[in-house]
Design a protein around this ligand. Structure first.
Ligand code: G3P
Ligand code: MG
Length: 250
């Protein structure tokens, strides 16, 4: 593959979401143990502005806490159990801070896609904190993080504060105004949902001079089709399965 943004075909979604509690350090470690060289995680802020690895606006689904993350202080979020909901085997696994995540990435020499996932109204702040924390802690031996977001405001902040880092527009589908958006946000890639993605969509992204990663791909046949169309990477819940079926690609 000739991709610069994605030297790796398989990106572990929220770590290895299918086999470990999503967005935890044990999930990131599992993705690496299963052969992934890159993972995707979601970054949100606590009430007091700490960047942590969590997907939902509410704490309820993936922790033993409840209520909105954005109204909960760091001290309380960091005391939660983010593993037991998945399996008793993961009891006590915490919600990681971005700093703790970076330490594990450094230890494992693992590349990352940081999805900036703001709570409504905190789009600019979440991007700024995420970039500031990552910049302060980024290990020199790792490739820079690929920054992505569904939020246009977050991606505008990323464009302005992380111009030197790779950035991707994240969307369910390729939008009509993709070409204008790609130029305005100065992104190098699109991260698109697999559900309705067509070969024509892939061609359009590539014709704009950008790369494409596709989420969430848990089916080997679909992954091969996307590769034949020219996708640079797939984001999967189950890195082991997709690497095993990937004709030697990891
Ligand atoms: O970044 C790709 C994918 O994670 C986007 O959707 O909801 O799983 O964060 P979501
Ligand atoms: Mg995500």
């Amino acid at each position: 593959m000739s991709s610069k943004l994605y030297p790796f075909w398989v990106v572990g979604h929220r770590g290895a979401k299918a086999v470990a509690p999503e967005n935890t350090l044990v999930s990131v470690r599992r993705a690496a143990a299963d052969g992934a060289k890159m993972v995707e995680v979601d970054i949100k802020l606590t009430a007091d502005g700490r960047a942590m690895v969590l997907h939902d606006e509410l704490l309820d689904r993936t922790t033993d806490g409840s209520g909105p993350m954005e109204q909960t202080l760091f001290e309380a979020v960091s005391a939660l159990d983010a593993g037991s909901w998945f399996s008793p085997d993961f009891k006590g696994e915490p919600v990681p801070t971005l700093e703790e995540l970076i330490d594990v990435l450094a230890e494992l020499s693992l590349a990352v896609n940081l999805e900036i996932k703001p709570c409504p109204g905190r789009e600019a702040e979440t991007a700024k904190v995420c970039i500031d924390v990552a910049r302060a802690a980024w290990p020199s031996h790792l490739p820079p993080p690929v920054l992505s977001s569904f939020s246009r405001t977050s991606m505008e902040v990323a464009r302005d504060l992380a111009r030197d880092w790779p950035r991707a527009w994240l969307d369910e589908k390729l939008s009509e105004d993709w070409d204008d958006l790609a130029v305005a946000l100065d992104v190098q890639a699109a991260h698109l949902g697999t559900k309705d993605l067509t070969e024509a969509d892939v061609r359009r992204v590539l014709a704009s001079g950008r790369e494409l990663a596709v989420w969430t791909v848990n089916d080997v046949a679909r992954a091969k089709q996307l590769r034949s169309w020219g996708a640079a990477a797939i984001i999967t819940d189950n890195p082991a399965l997709l690497i095993a079926g990937g004709d030697g690609l990891a």
